[in-house]
Design a protein around this ligand. Structure first.
Ligand code: ADP
Ligand code: TPW
Ligand code: MG
Length: 576
């Protein structure tokens, strides 16, 4: 469809365009061809027109889920995911996801319609009035407002560049209602659009930093490489693998870096995590921060042995955030890892055989200990029996995308389900956030065209559960497995007051989540044993039909806060 509207003027026929069309053209010009959002004033027509112009417009049931979808689209594609919302409440619903994108270093643009500046600034009470730009600013990497149609091209360009360059993050783009209808000359409009050249330029590390890092690495007796989701995001898969293999060092993948090298790789130390953290003498971080997920690089988890840290990151301010980094390497991961590889030359010393043997022995022991648990056929199911089945299914279908959230459901699935390919595991990320499930599943299906398997705690699922309608509506190949243990962490808590209210962590017993899927024409299955679960998941993955499997778990299965119970303050004074 042409972006040109014909002037009604009787004078010289002037071709006109407007805000609606210019925004659409600016997005398309920059290859942003998918929008995740919820319609309403003032963006309803914008959504319709964008769809008519060939942009894929995915309409959600809640902006937060659309926002999470956009954020993970950014992670999967290295292009900013776009989320579109209405003003105040819609904007606020999307804002959690924008903050999440920024925290996780995912490129995303939240575009919200807003009300007129004149009314907002005098606080005169417009429909859904709110000073959105001011509210978004502290929660994102950059925030912009466009007031004139002639500035749309620049506004969109700035948003894209801010989202993807350097450390990626969330960008807010505020578009007041009046902008959409603003009319201007079509030729001038076309000329005002900007195609962003080299939006995320390579950032080449300094030769000194490479030399320093290699010296430290060479001095290691017990090296360890930690791969983070920045390394997955960078899409420098071959270079990362070649580098890790050339060092011969054990590597530990963070959750969303699993599969960058297969979890079954001989150097993978995933199953010997505590040993390698404690005993390593040189630790090389590639796109992973030393935040809470790595115990801030110090304390008990890291043992007493002195350690030297090398860190590769695009963000210079990340260095020394928690402990001293003796060899900071600032640049993009592709360029840094390639420079390191080149600097290693032809005869890089093999990693110490004793170290490798110690790590491998520990890993193989742990794997052997786990194996029988995963083969149990208990009814009601426990986590291990159910996950043993899913582990095999993912092994047989390595290109499927795994979405995972919950507490026990998250921690145990992360440890048990091996990943084989990069960017196939997406989960709760840096905040350990519940609610990413359905948004992530939808974006993963849309952006990759691959089948999606969601492994969801029953609580976790509830945060985005209404989007099963969206999944059915767009007929997406998504199979949701709900680990239903009747509650948060477990379903066995009792109310200590003696009143008839249930305890705060428990849900309706024996709930049938599968019926929710049937309500929208999807396939619902109630699975009570590992065998039933296996059959149902395989059928869903083969058919590609939207499916929800209610996996009935023992309500007593699961521990408080899953694997991070140590972070949970508990009263010693509470009434029994
Ligand atoms: P994880 O949670 O897996 O440990 P984090 O989110 O903590 O990973 O860390 C990701 C890091 O990767 C961030 O510090 C971010 O700046 C960095 N990063 C993201 N993209 C790139 C890139 N292309 N090159 C270098 N570093 C990157
Ligand atoms: C946005 C707190 C962490 S884990 C969890 C909650 C509510 C649910 C755990 O129960 P689930 O898993 O999913 O049934 P399982 O297997 O242990 O029974 N709000 C937000 N984010 C977080 N992290 C929470 C609350 C929380
Ligand atoms: Mg639960």
């Amino acid at each position: 469809m042409s972006a040109v509207v014909q002037s009604a003027s009787t004078e010289a026929e002037e071709n006109l365009t407007d805000g609606f069309n210019l925004i659409i053209d600016a997005l398309k010009l920059n290859g942003l061809n998918t929008i995740y959002g919820v319609p309403g004033i003032p963006i309803t027509d914008f959504g319709r027109m964008a769809q008519a112009a060939g942009i894929r417009v995915l309409s959600f049931r809640h902006e937060q889920n659309a926002g999470y979808a956009a954020s993970i689209a950014g992670f999967l594609t290295k292009k900013p995911g776009v989320c579109l919302t209405v003003s105040a409440p819609g904007f606020l619903n999307g804002l959690t996801a924008l903050a999440h994108a920024t925290t996780n270093c995912f490129p995303m643009i939240l575009i919200s319609g807003s009300s007129e500046r004149e009314i907002v600034d005098l606080q005169q009470g417009d429909y859904e009035e709110m000073d959105q730009l001011a509210i978004a600013k502290p929660l994102c990497k950059a925030a912009f407002r466009v007031l004139h149609a002639a500035d749309i091209g620049i506004g969109v360009a700035r948003a894209i560049r801010a989202a993807v360059s350097g450390r990626p993050g969330g960008v807010y783009l505020d578009l007041p209602a009046k902008l959409f209808g603003q009319v201007m000359n079509a030729d001038a409009g076309k000329k005002s659009l900007v195609k962003v050249i080299d939006a995320a330029p390579a950032q080449i590390p300094s030769p000194d930093s490479i030399k320093r890092a290699l010296e430290v690495l060479k001095s290691a007796k017990k090296p360890l490489i930690i791969l983070g989701k920045g390394a997955s995001y960078a899409q420098a898969d071959d270079a990362v693998r070649a580098f890790v293999e050339k060092t011969g060092a054990p590597f530990l993948p963070m959750s969303m870096a699993k599969g960058l090298l297969p979890d079954t790789h001989p150097q993978c130390a995933g199953a010997a995590r505590s040993t390698v953290l404690k005993d390593a003498d040189v630790v090389l971080l590639i796109g992973a921060r030393l935040n809470w997920l790595l115990s801030h690089g110090k304390g008990k988890a890291w043992g007493d042995a002195p350690k030297k840290f090398i860190q590769i990151d695009i963000e210079p301010k990340e260095m020394d955030s928690n402990v001293e980094i003796v060899a900071p390497v600032v640049g993009d991961i592709g360029s840094c890892v390639t420079a390191l590889l080149n600097g290693m030359g032809g005869n890089w010393p093999a990693a110490s055989a004793d170290w490798i043997k110690a790590v491998t022995t520990k890993r193989d022991d742990n794997i052997a200990k786990m194996a029988p648990k995963l083969m149990n056929n208990n009814v009601p199911m426990d986590y291990h029996g159910a996950l043993g089945v899913l582990r095999t299914i993912v092994k047989e279908r390595p290109d499927a995308i795994l979405v995972n959230e919950g507490a026990n459901t998250l921690d145990l699935a992360r440890g048990i389900i091996d990943m084989y390919q990069p960017r196939k595991r997406i989960d709760v990320g840096t905040w350990g956030i519940m609610g990413i499930g359905m948004g992530y599943a939808i974006a993963a299906a849309i952006e990759t065209g691959k089948p999606v398997l969601c492994v969801e705690g029953d609580s976790a699922f509830g945060f985005s559960g209404m989007e099963v309608e969206t999944i059915c509506r767009y007929k997406l190949p998504v199979c949701i497995v709900i680990f239903n243990n009747d509650g948060i962490y477990r379903g066995t808590d009792v109310n200590a007051s003696g009143s008839s209210d249930p305890a705060p962590t428990v849900f309706v017993k024996g709930a049938r989540y599968d019926k929710m899927m049937e309500a929208f024409g999807g396939v619902g299955v109630n699975a009570t044993s590992p065998d039933e679960l296996k059959r149902a998941v395989n059928a869903a993955m083969d058919s590609g039909k939207p499916t929800l499997i209610n996996a009935v778990l023992d309500p007593a299965a699961g521990s408080e806060s899953g694997r991070i119970g140590n972070l949970n303050p508990q009263s010693k004074l509470k009434k029994k």
